[in-house]
Design a protein around this ligand. Structure first.
Ligand code: PLP
Length: 455
């Protein structure tokens, strides 16, 4: 029973939630999260939860980093808002752009700011359309994306996303995009197919799609180095080499969506480092500010920048931008967040604790009767639940077991995320090895319950 005028009641009566079954919420009410401390969050009743997903794959430095609070307060007091239109700038936006050019893979020379990953990927689409028009290639406009990929939910970014619940009844895709097969071996590798053969089959499909559409009509291939929201999908060995070779040969640009994988998530600074990707465009968000402030950034190659710059001179402006592009408080928080990541060696911590996490997940759960496979690298992993590992058969209906585990984990003080029957782990980069074991102890109790429930 909740009290009238409680947070839960006000919320239930007035708040339409993202990614939520609205009728279930009406019936059950929301879970109210009240405060955070390190890798833990606490609900209104004071129950603590180890945040195994860093909020939404994002709170790298943990939930009460005072330096970020101070950076925000200082900037609020000095200049709480200014824009970056019409040749204006301010210290935090300029310093962050410079820092990101220094940090991102070689060849990326300019940065554009938005407030969310979705806006960033919409911006990428528009930038590349603008760029190709500027270069006299008005037909080179299509995108290739992957089924299972996640790039956001706005009209263009949602079109790039390859998940059915983001398309059905939203009338998407609404831009020219072809979705190719996901490099998800659990779902898509054939019986007995080697990793190399699976990667080759995906490469052959990509070649075929390009031939069908005509390379001259395709602007870019977009992909997460390692898919996150599609179920933590580590591509097969050689996949990215093959994709890049094909795209380069056909003059198709590579967009690396590093919204989840950036800033140490996969054991290196960038997912591009982990998978040997040389992107023309790199999109980042989430751990850029540890989600303390909404911010995303797009780093582009000099070639793309020069095309856009020429066209902006022709039109007298680059007719694209957001009120909050390069917001001073958000960019100030990002600078401090990056300073913390660097000073505290959080990429190295993520690599070390991440390696232990990967090993322990496999050791402890690899043979569990409900587990089909454990996958991941660095501080991002998934445990694929199933009824029968040998046939990769789900416990019917698909997703119910994952949903049970997601809910039940709360009772053991653990927040994780299920994508159907894949249970994702993406803990804060500050996680200690002891906390990693604690997290897996809580997961073990949850899986024990699931085994009882499934029988
Ligand atoms: N791209 C990737 C890889 C993401 O994981 C997400 C969000 O989870 C987005 C884009 C969209 O970001 P946002 O939710 O900030 O719009």
């Amino acid at each position: 029973m909740t009290m009238p005028n409680s947070t839960a009641e006000l919320d239930r009566a007035a708040h339409l939630h993202p990614y939520t079954d609205a009728r279930k919420l009406e019936a059950e009410g929301p879970r109210v999260i009240d405060r955070g401390d390190g890798v833990f969050v606490f609900d209104e009743q004071g129950n603590s939860y180890l945040e195994g997903l860093s909020g939404l794959w994002s709170v790298g430095v943990g939930f009460n980093q005072p330096r970020l609070v101070e950076a925000a307060a200082e900037q609020m007091a000095r200049l709480p808002y200014y824009h970056t239109f019409a040749q204006k700038t301010h210290g935090p936006a300029a310093r962050l752009a410079d820092k990101l050019v220094e940090m991102t893979p070689e060849g990326l020379t300019r940065v554009f700011f938005t407030s969310s990953g979705s806006e960033a990927n919409d911006t990428v689409v528009k930038m590349l359309w603008y760029f190709n028009n500027a270069r006299g290639r008005p037909e080179k406009k299509k995108f290739i994306s992957r089924l299972g990929g996640y790039h956001g939910i706005t009209i263009a970014s949602g079109s790039l996303t390859g998940l059915p619940w983001n398309h059905t009844d939203f009338d998407l895709p609404a831009i020219p995009v072809r979705h190719v097969t996901s490099p998800n071996a659990w779902q898509n590798a054939r019986d007995g197919e080697s990793e190399a053969d699976f990667a080759q089959r995906l490469a052959d499909e990509l070649e075929a799609v390009i031939a069908e559409e005509g390379a001259e009509t395709i602007a870019a291939f977009i992909g997460e180095p390692l898919m996150g929201a599609g179920g933590v999908i580590v591509p097969p060995e050689g996949y990215w080499d093959k994709v890049q070779e094909i795209c380069r040969r056909h003059e198709i640009l590579i967009v690396a969506d590093e919204v989840i994988t950036g800033f140490g998530r996969t054991g290196n600074l960038w997912g591009c480092d982990t998978f040997g990707i040389k992107p023309d465009v790199l999109v980042m968000s989430k751990q850029l500010t540890s989600s303390y402030m909404p911010l995303a950034a797009i780093a582009i190659s000099d070639e793309i920048y020069q095309g856009i710059a020429d066209n902006s001179a022709r039109h007298g402006t680059f007719g694209h931008g957001f009120t909050a592009s390069g917001h001073p408080v958000a960019t100030a928080v990002a600078l401090e967040n990056i300073a913390i990541i660097e000073e505290q060696g959080l990429v190295a911590n993520g690599a070390a604790v991440g390696a232990a996490l990967q090993a322990e997940l496999r050791r402890r759960f690899g043979d569990h009767p409900l587990v089909g496979e454990v996958r991941g690298t660095g501080m991002i992993a998934a445990v694929q639940l199933c009824a029968d590992r040998s046939t990769r058969r789900a416990l019917a209906p698909e997703g119910k077991l994952g949903g049970y585990v997601f809910e039940r984990a709360h009772d053991h003080g653990l927040i994780i995320r299920n994508i159907k029957d894949a249970v994702a782990f993406c803990p804060p980069l500050i996680l200690s090895e002891a906390q990693m074991h604690d997290m897996l102890d809580r997961f073990a109790l949850t899986l024990d319950d699931a085994l009882d429930w499934a029988r």
